[in-house]
Write a protein that binds this ligand. Structure first.
Ligand code: MG
Length: 393
């Protein structure tokens, strides 16, 4: 793993005694998926997170693998490491485990907060651009009482009070040093570890949905939040079409895969006709124009560009809008080269760029029965459809 600038550490080593029977809460089922899978997916899908490491209890390897099935082959997911006796020990061990990756920033997040959203993750990361620490937090609106037993002693002014959430983000070297220094002291979150080391920690807006599942009753609330979030998504389909002509050459690049051929495709960029159609389909679904709007062909900086740049841009715009690419379907039209043997590699390449499971991507090919320009082997045409889930406005 090189160039993992921002790593997310997900702390999942707890026993969750307060959540009652049924095993550690992070492995329990929440609407068809384990809690940890919801949490990990949010970080794996975030374009500014380069790698994700989950810290687990040494008894939970089997549980982890079962819970994360379907995410285990994600390129960004590092293998899990074992935590320690207390949360603080687990975080420290997690930080030590990524020390050799030369990351600049680390976001530390509780596995039991499955509703972390892309915007909150972005706010924490953005705040680290000019500081060493930032955490998601919410202002306190309830009146706060200090009590001795059941009797109120005093009312605590709430103006300056905040509820700390996760993720909590830090400059990597600073928080690792702070955790080493804090070993043996009991501090309740990583911001407290940072504060003890004199690191300045900023507050950024968290989300009320970013609840921590602590007790058995919290699963009921979590199901409600999930139901509401789902009913608030709308699904959009976008369509894209592209054509590139052949010219002299010895290979074509289609959907990120180079295929030896007696011609190449002509174009300003690498002329990846399939990726262009798909990029336009995604941009179309979210009403963001087309490739040309974002990467004007008159701009010399895109000359010879690899088309994954275009697709990544579309992916990032979807993520910025808290959307999710749920399915892509690409159809390639040509007499030659033969696409069939490369369909698997194309799906893999597209899945990696878009950061979604391969099962959500389809690549098909057809000839046009020797009719038209594709039939006369003058070029290749591609059509694509993308389905995107977006928060309903
Ligand atoms: Mg094109």
């Amino acid at each position: 793993m090189v160039n993992a600038k921002t790593i997310a550490i997900i702390v999942a080593a707890g026993r969750g005694a307060r959540a009652g029977a049924g095993g550690p809460k992070q492995y329990r089922n929440l609407a068809g998926k384990a809690v940890i899978a919801w949490t990990a997916r949010a970080f794996l899908a975030h374009p500014d997170i380069d790698a994700v490491r989950v810290i687990i209890h040494r008894d939970d390897t089997g549980e982890y693998e079962r819970a994360m099935e379907g995410l285990l082959d994600e390129a960004k997911l590092l293998s899990p490491v074992f935590g320690g006796a207390e949360r603080q020990d687990s975080v420290r061990l997690g930080l030590e485990s990524i020390a050799e990756l030369n990351s600049e920033r680390v976001l530390i997040h509780d596995a039991a907060r499955p509703f972390i959203d892309a915007a909150t993750i972005s706010r924490v990361i953005d705040s680290l651009s000019d500081g060493d620490g930032a955490i998601a937090a919410l202002p306190v609106f309830d009146t706060i009482k200090r009590a001795a037993g059941a009797a109120i002693e005093t009312t605590v002014p709430r103006e300056a009070l905040w509820r700390a959430q996760t993720p909590q983000g830090f400059g990597f070297d600073k928080i690792l040093a702070a955790h080493r220094e804090a070993e043996g002291k009991v501090l309740t979150d990583d911001a407290a570890v940072a504060e003890a080391a004199g690191i300045s920690v900023k507050l950024v807006s968290g989300s009320p949905d970013n609840m921590k599942i602590t007790q058995a009753e919290d699963f009921g609330m979590a199901e409600l939040i999930l139901g509401r979030k789902r009913s608030q998504m709308e699904y959009r389909a976008g369509h894209g079409f592209d054509v590139h002509a052949f010219e002299d050459g010895d290979a074509v690049i289609i959907c990120g895969v180079e295929i030896p051929h007696e011609k190449k495709l002509k174009g300003h960029s690498d002329a990846d006709v399939g990726m262009h159609a798909l990029t336009d389909a995604i941009l179309g679904a979210i009403g963001e124009g087309d490739i040309g709007d974002h990467f004007p062909p008159t701009d010399p900086q895109w000359k010879g560009a690899r088309s994954h740049i275009f697709l990544e841009k579309a992916r990032d715009i979807v993520a910025d809008r808290n959307g999710r690419i749920t399915h892509c379907d690409v159809t390639l039209m040509c007499e030659a080269p033969k696409i069939g043997p490369h369909r698997g590699a194309m799906r893999t390449a597209l899945a990696e760029i878009l950061n979604i499971e391969q099962a959500r991507i389809s690549v098909k090919a057809t000839t046009t029965e020797q009719l038209g320009f594709t039939g006369r082997r003058e070029g290749i045409a591609a059509m694509a459809t993308a389905t995107i889930a977006l928060p309903a406005s």
